[in-house]
Design a protein. Structure first.
Length: 297
């Protein structure tokens, strides 16, 4: 994918290593469950997926139901609790700890990926008006413009220089059914995703958090454009379309958010069997994950 938008597998592969921490195990609790379709159009080609989100406050599970990529294929999922997140791939019996909070510097990640810094972040609101009723919820229609500079230092594996990004965020949002507290951990994941290359930059995260504060985005359109850069680097454009296609409230048992026992532990996500190992996606270390009390069989 292009620099500003990446499939979920990219972010998992680029995440810094966390120590394994047992997930919180609470009694059955109320949760918001929704399916979201996503389509990305970029210079590298289209990307499609459908994910199902189980949001229950500090606990969250995000399952790839359709589409996905080699690092987060259909059937794989993320289990998250507060600051801790784990990618689970049942097809490979593998669990990978993730850092989705932006607390670890990107420069500490192995590999040849360029290290970008983000500066001069600005967020302007262009529209706030009543929207249609979607899934029985009254929405408001918002449009924001997000601008920032992406700087690549000379030591990185890319031409040095600064490039201007402009993003248009249009969305229809409604108050969170059941209360915003249900989305606490889900929003940590979504903010990291929508912050794109600026996922570790506090100003960028703050801008995305401001937009997410409007509630559950039932439809979302993100249009990104990056100006041409040094060395004749051409401009880049990409578009992300998301839509919540199903929405319900349920009581979920604690087992829904359990880490499977007996899975191998990967320090970083491994490539698919038909892909060569690379510095960006080191092969998994085949050692068992400790099974905390209460984990799923």
């Amino acid at each position: 994918m292009a620099a500003g938008v990446h499939p979920p597998g990219w972010r998992a592969a680029a995440a810094a290593l966390l120590l394994f921490v047992p997930m919180g195990m609470a009694a059955a609790s109320a949760a918001l469950v929704f399916r979201e379709s996503e389509a990305i159009e970029a210079a590298t080609g289209p990307f499609r997926q459908v994910r199902e989100v189980f949001a229950a406050g500090t606990d969250c599970k995000v399952v790839v139901r359709e589409g996905g990529d080699s690092l987060a294929p259909a059937g794989s999922y993320i289990i998250a609790n507060g600051n801790d997140a784990f990618q689970v791939d049942p097809g490979r019996s593998m669990v990978t700890p993730l850092d989705t909070t932006g607390m670890e510097p990107v420069s500490e990640i192995p590999g040849d990926a360029a290290v970008q810094t983000i500066a001069e972040v600005s967020l302007l609101q262009d529209l706030d008006e009543a929207g249609p009723v979607v899934h029985g919820l009254a929405t408001r229609h918002y449009v924001y413009r997000l601008r920032y500079l992406e700087h690549t230092p000379p030591a990185a594996a890319a031409p040095e220089g600064s490039r201007q990004w402009e993003e248009r965020h249009e969305f229809w949002a409604a108050p969170w059914p059941g209360g915003a507290h249900l989305a606490a951990t889900w929003l940590r994941l979504r903010v990291s995703e929508d912050a794109g290359i600026g996922w570790a930059a506090p100003d960028m995260r703050a801008a995305v958090e401001r937009m997410q504060a409007h509630g559950l985005m039932l439809r979302q359109i993100i249009q990104r454009e990056r100006q041409g850069g040094p060395g004749g680097t051409p401009p880049e454009r990409e578009r992300v379309d998301r839509e919540v296609v199903e929405l319900a409230q349920r009581d979920l048992a604690a087992a829904e958010f359990a880490i499977p026992s007996g899975y191998a532990h990967a320090e970083f996500l491994a490539p698919a069997p038909d892909e060569p190992a690379s510095s960006e996606a080191p092969m998994a270390v085949d050692r068992p994950v400790p099974a905390p009390a209460g984990t799923a069989p």
